[in-house]
Design a protein. Structure first.
Length: 130
């Protein structure tokens, strides 16, 4: 099998006042010809407003020659997305809880992918690959 995928409808997980009509997230794993993790969000809103996708990662993201890289310690992955529609920022979060610190270390990074132009419907596709 060259790949697998699973989809979820997330729209009902948000309160009505969030204005989310529909939000479908699909995770896909492509094994060949090269391994790629795909995260795709398709959404429809009741009114246009700014959207933000948040990811937590163990290492600070790096920008090299116009491309974003995420490190998981031993692995270094390229983060691909449409930079004309989404802006990436992040913040350092110190970990003070000893149980979390045992897994994550002394800090974690919160990545924010923010939609540049609010829209009633759209798609965000993230690709992680070596």
């Amino acid at each position: 099998e060259k790949g697998v995928q699973v989809s979820f409808e997330l729209g009902k997980a948000y309160p009505r006042e969030a204005g989310i009509g529909e939000w479908k997230r699909t995770y896909g794993l492509q094994r060949e010809p090269e391994p790629i993790l795909l995260i795709r969000d398709r959404f429809r809103l009741e009114y246009a407003h700014s959207l933000q996708l948040v990811l937590m990662v163990p290492e600070e993201p790096r920008l090299e020659q116009g491309r974003w890289y995420l490190s998981t310690g031993a692995e270094r992955l390229k983060l691909l997305y449409d930079q004309t529609q989404w802006a990436l920022s992040w913040e350092l979060i110190p970990i003070t809880d000893p149980l979390l610190g045992a897994c994550w270390g002394a800090r974690i990074y919160r990545l924010h992918l923010t939609m540049i132009e609010p829209a009633l419907a759209g798609e965000l596709t993230l690709m992680l690959r070596e």
